[in-house]
Write a protein that binds this ligand. Structure first.
Ligand code: ADP
Ligand code: ZN
Length: 613
């Protein structure tokens, strides 16, 4: 490290503390900032909520000129700009929603050196007008956010991102930092080659989200399970509930409203105005639930989403990780909660089979679904499995997922599996689960008689298990890909080669004992943010709400919940004590300390802090 780097490290820390009000850098923010501030390129792979923004915001403040941030998420730009202005950073944006007058004003400010950070949409950046503007401006750095959008194989591909390589040719002296929360090696290599970042230092942070508690349970009565989860753990919280169909998002939202929750549907079939309205209400809300299809989420960086619930299975582990990752960006405890059943698997497989995609693509999709089902059915730590899937090693047990909190009971299902598989085989691989269970349990039904299945050797060999248990057996056999659903025959089960060793008695199978109830979160870890005084908590929240309303920004732009919680727990009495709270920088101290200290003082007159201890 050079002397200049050391100097900038001190300066970076000073900005972190005075402007942003945080005490320490998170690993490896300090290294990235030092690199970029010194004019070197960097590629940053960090999970959502890891703290990527500071990695370009602080270097922009350290270097001469304005930092240009390329971001595809126009809807969020204004919030990001507002959040920066609140802490005293001179920020603006350029995008297609602005009038020509607004654009001209921003351009003039940039040319006059009056901006620290400028957010630009990619399509705007590659325009000649913008390129000419940048050529005449003093530029501190280029930050390419959501850099995985260059990947043509990914879901978020943006053609404009491919053109960002010109930055390297036109501005060879300006450092570039590319950032993404997408981990896999292929995407990473694509970013490097398409953006010509061969010389960039790569920073990859663990993709673990330790504050998220993962829970996956068997669907029993999904609505009641959801209701219990919300009532017991998430009253007054923001969250996202994912469903597969538009219809279901609307029905579920309407039903939750009847149950007293502030719930809004969101899907691609709503009008643009409705979608914008629901998204805005969610972003600004403190206890709003959005019930959405996967159309909702890209670019939702609301920090205080306390839970993400899945009422239907996502299609892949990647999708599960991305969707659940929208919870708890502020680092406070959050939940990823899902219920699923055999019907979901059949429905998803059906949707995949009916899509217009080519055979190879369909096969790949089925395999990715199998990986997700594997995650659902494992009886070991979910987090370990999830991270392992992304190529990351971690301890065997995390202590913060359902299987760690309540270890899964298993039973030797070898014999049951043999009976189930043989029932499928003897009935000609033409029947669905319900009939197979009737055969195993020796039921006298019209269908049994119609096909003379009472004459089969497997008829009635499974009376020792009830229908529910048999359902569980079949689900697990399908999830583990011993059996397969034949989609041309309305959900008939067929054998896969994998079941041969089981039939021959060469393989034993440990099956999960299903519990209808979802595991409760570990109390010690707290289901929500821990405050010592809920009355005072409501008072400071109300004050924050008022400030947010006056300034037309979401409440979290004023202060995050974590800062409010610390305020309630510490109860600062002076400006100096207030400045010590994490999240309070010079600008917020100036703007807000008086108001909040007033609230705290009024409350102290009624309830002295000493009386509590
Ligand atoms: P990302 O873009 O990686 O998803 P952000 O940059 O939005 O994450 O940061 C996530 C949250 O963490 C934000 O609320 C941010 O203010 C907070 N944060 C980032 N760095 C620090 C730090 N060094 N100390 C405390 N909080 C931080
Ligand atoms: Zn675990």
């Amino acid at each position: 490290m050079s002397h200049a780097d050391v100097r900038s490290e001190g300066a970076a820390l000073a900005i972190l503390r005075s402007t942003f009000g945080f005490h320490e850098f998170r690993y490896p923010q300090a290294d990235i900032i030092a690199d970029v501030a010194a004019g070197r390129d960097a590629l940053v792979l960090m999970p959502t909520g890891g703290g990527k923004s500071l990695c370009y915001q602080i270097p922009s403040l350290l270097r001469s000129g304005c930092g240009i941030v390329i971001s595809p998420l126009i809807a969020l730009m204004q919030d990001q700009v507002n959040a920066l202005r609140v802490v005293g950073v001179r920020a603006s944006c350029l995008n297609s929603t602005m009038t020509l007058d607004q654009v001209r004003a921003v351009e003039t400010a940039l040319l006059n050196g009056e901006l620290d950070l400028l957010y630009v949409a990619p399509e705007r950046l590659v325009q000649e007008r913008t390129q000419a503007l940048l050529a005449r401006s003093d530029i501190a750095l280029f930050a390419i956010d959501e850099a995985h959008c260059v990947s043509q194989w990914g879901h978020d591909f943006r053609a404009d991102y491919l053109e960002l390589a010109v930055l390297q040719e036109r501005f060879p002296a300006v450092p570039r930092v590319a950032l993404t929360a997408t981990a896999d090696a292929r995407t990473r290599a694509e970013i490097v080659s398409r953006l010509e970042l061969h010389g960039a230092t790569q920073y990859a942070v663990s993709f673990d989200r330790p504050n998220i508690c993962y829970r996956i349970a068997l669907k029993d009565n999904a609505r009641q399970q959801l209701l219990r989860f919300l009532r017991e753990e998430h009253v007054g919280h923001c969250g996202i509930i994912y469903c597969l169909s538009r219809r279901k998002t609307e029905d579920t939202a309407a039903w939750l409203q009847q149950q007293g929750f502030e719930a809004l549907p969101y899907h691609a079939g709503l009008s643009a105005a409705q979608r914008a309205d629901h998204q805005a209400r969610f972003l600004r809300g403190e206890d709003t639930i959005v019930v959405a299809t996967i159309a909702f989420g890209m670019g939702i960086d609301k920090p205080d989403v306390r839970f993400v619930a899945h009422l239907d299975l996502p299609k892949t582990v990647e999708a599960y990780y991305q969707e659940t990752g929208r919870a708890g960006r502020d680092g406070q405890p959050a939940d990823a909660w899902m219920v699923y059943g055999l019907q979901d698997v059949i429905k998803l497989r059906q949707m995949m089979a009916e899509s217009d995609a080519g055979e190879a693509h369909k096969r790949a999709e089925q395999q990715r679904l199998n990986a997700l089902l594997g995650l659902c059915e494992i009886n070991t730590c979910r987090r370990h499995a999830l991270l392992h899937y992304f190529g990351e090693e971690s301890p065997d047990a995390c202590g913060n997922c359902d299987t760690c909190i309540t270890p899964v009971e298993t039973w030797d299902g070898t014999e049951a599996a043999q009976k189930a598989i043989s029932a499928v085989y003897r009935t000609g691989q033409r029947f669905g689960v319900n009939h197979l269970i009737d055969v195993l349990r020796g039921a006298d039904t019209a269908k049994v008689r119609q096909f003379h299945h009472q004459e089969l050797p497997t008829f009635g060999v499974g009376v020792e298990l009830d229908a529910k248990r048999w359902r569980s057996v079949f689900r697990q056999l399908v999830a583990r890909a011993y059996l397969e659903v034949n989609l041309d025959r309305h959900g008939a089960l067929v054998l896969r080669d994998e079941c041969r060793p089981v039939l021959r008695g060469e393989e034993t199978i440990a099956l999960r004992v299903d519990v209808g109830k979802t595991v409760r979160r570990d109390k010690k870890r707290g289901g929500s943010i821990a405050v010592t005084d809920s009355v005072l908590w409501e008072l400071v929240r109300e004050h924050r709400r008022q400030l947010a309303l006056d300034q037309g920004v979401p409440p979290y732009v004023i202060f995050h919940d974590s800062t409010l919680a610390e305020m309630v727990n510490v109860r600062p009495r002076t400006r100096l004590e207030f400045a010590d709270l994490s999240g309070v920088g010079a600008s917020k101290l100036e703007k807000y300390s008086e108001g909040f200290l007033g609230v705290l003082a009024d409350y102290a007159d009624q309830v002295p802090a000493e009386s509590l201890s």
